[in-house]
Design a binder for this molecule. Structure first.
Ligand SMILES: [Fe+2]
Ligand SMILES: [Fe+2]
Length: 290
């Protein structure tokens, strides 16, 4: 039976439209450390829709720029190649994922608010830890997309997903464990398949596929993966949005120690988080044609 679920999900993912060529190209050239703003500008300018979205984001409250930025190359210089890459990637993925009419189990609004919260808090933690500013939006993107594997499961296996949510509730276990028991496939594994189909880079793909496996994670993106896990814990504990998990795993003290942040600090950021979520909600409003 469970093999069936896996096949269903695989078929669905292989029929999913690929990311636009421009976005793939953006990722490709940004992997080259010598890429300049001009190179990136050349690629993005070829795609007026993507260019429009990037400019819209840059001029939104999310970045609170002093003056309107109308030139893409200027925007790239101001924000940096890496930030623009993450903007382009997140919008492209959300474009494929937002509003898919398949949220029959999880509530869509709750899910996206949870995702925005994890994105925003990941970025706040990174800032607090004084992570290089060119990487802050990578933290946001990783948080925003960490539970993306839940979308195909909701779309194509909504009955079973409801069962998993019920099981998690009754047995007071994290949702990913209940998914595993009902479907023999959890959202992190599904996320890993999405990351493979779209050839997402290693940090993002690790955050998506390993945010519930921190205790055994020993890869090179520990800071990012742990940050997303802590942000996820925060979002669930504060009940900001709804991820379907009422009894998530606790974060072991060693994880806070590793990141060098105090658990108490997480209790002081509520107001800031809510404000940042409002600003970041622009990401969900950029869908093509919306
Ligand atoms: Fe998750
Ligand atoms: Fe989550």
């Amino acid at each position: 039976m469970s093999a069936n679920y896996m096949v269903k999900v695989k078929n669905y993912l292989s029929s999913m439209p690929s990311l636009p060529t421009t976005v793939t190209k953006v990722l490709e050239i940004c992997n080259n450390p010598r890429t300049s703003p001009i190179d990136l500008d050349k690629v993005i300018s070829l795609d007026p829709v993507l260019m429009g979205k990037v400019l819209k984001l840059i001029n939104s409250a999310y970045y609170s720029m002093q003056n309107q930025v109308t030139s893409l190359v200027r925007a790239i210089i101001m924000l940096g190649v890496n930030t623009v890459k993450n903007l382009a990637l997140s919008t492209a993925i959300l474009d494929k994922m937002v509003d898919k009419n398949g949220f029959r189990a999880l509530n869509m609004e709750g899910f996206w608010r949870h995702s925005l919260c994890v994105g925003v808090v990941s970025k706040l933690i990174a800032r607090k830890r004084m992570v290089d500013s060119t990487r802050l939006d990578e933290y946001f993107a990783a948080g925003l997309l960490h539970d993306i594997g839940k979308i195909p499961l909701n779309n194509i296996l909504s009955e079973e997903y409801l069962q998993a949510m019920g099981l998690a509730d009754r047995e007071r276990i994290p949702l990913y464990m209940a998914e595993k028991r009902v479907l023999n496939l959890d959202h992190a594994e599904t996320g890993a398949m999405i990351a493979e189909v779209w050839k997402l880079d290693k940090p993002l793909s690790d955050a998506i596929s390993l945010h519930h496996a921190c205790d055994s994670y020993n890869g090179s993106n520990k800071e990012l993966v742990f940050t997303v896990a802590v942000a996820d814990y925060y979002a669930n504990r504060e009940r900001i949005g709804f991820s379907g998990s009422v009894h998530p795993d606790k974060v072991p003290p060693e994880m806070f120690d590793f990141l060098g942040i105090e658990k108490a600090w997480l209790e002081e950021i509520d107001d800031l988080v809510n404000k940042e979520i409002e600003k970041a909600s622009i990401f969900l409003k950029l869908k093509t044609g919306a």
